[in-house]
Design a protein around this ligand. Structure first.
Ligand SMILES: [Mg+2]
Length: 181
């Protein structure tokens, strides 16, 4: 079992890209309808590198059409995702404190097909994965900063844990401090 590759479930917005109606001072990577799309620095390199060591999937709380369009534009040709899931796979939870709805990504939906000891989810929104914090790696949101180097650090970290038998048994909080630059 230990040679089974970990499934890495990636969030999209503010994790891999920043999509905005407002044009930033920097050049957008492409446009989608009325939006300007900015890729997180080193995005293609990150996807290429980690695809050698992990199985990859995307799970976003955005709508399906938007998601598929953006993902098709940012994905290097040789990469195939295990699945690309949108909001309709999320579970809606009412947050009474903020009086809003949270679209949660509950990993138990993957249980039939994947061993959850071998699933990691990367997200900038802890509230969307709170049921799965043992599987989660939280990253800072990307909002267009061209000096952002999170994906490079994250790739190093992920590769350092790629062979663990149970992702839940390792402390992932403070992951970015565990990698020395
Ligand atoms: Mg996000």
């Amino acid at each position: 079992m230990s040679n089974e590759k970990i499934l890495l479930v990636l969030d999209l917005d503010e994790t891999l890209v920043h999509v905005s109606e407002k044009k930033l001072d920097v050049q957008e990577d492409f446009r989608y309808e009325k939006y300007f799309v900015y890729c997180r620095p080193a995005l293609q390199k990150f996807l290429n590198l980690i695809s050698e060591h992990f199985r990859l999937a995307i799970w976003s709380s955005a709508g399906e059409e938007y998601l598929n369009e953006i993902v098709s534009k940012i994905t290097p040709e040789n990469i195939n995702f295990e699945f690309i899931w949108s909001r309709n796979k999320c579970t809606t939870r009412r947050d009474y404190i903020t009086d809003s709805y949270v679209f949660e990504k509950r990993l138990k939906k993957l249980k039939k097909k994947y061993n959850l000891k071998k699933v990691l989810i990367v997200d900038d929104s802890p509230e969307k994965t709170r049921d799965n914090y043992g599987n989660a790696i939280y990253i800072t949101p990307f909002e267009g900063d061209i000096k952002d180097n999170v994906l490079a650090t994250l790739a190093d970290y992920l590769i350092s844990i790629k062979d663990v038998d149970n992702v839940r048994s390792i402390e992932k909080r403070g992951w970015n401090k565990k990698i020395s630059q």
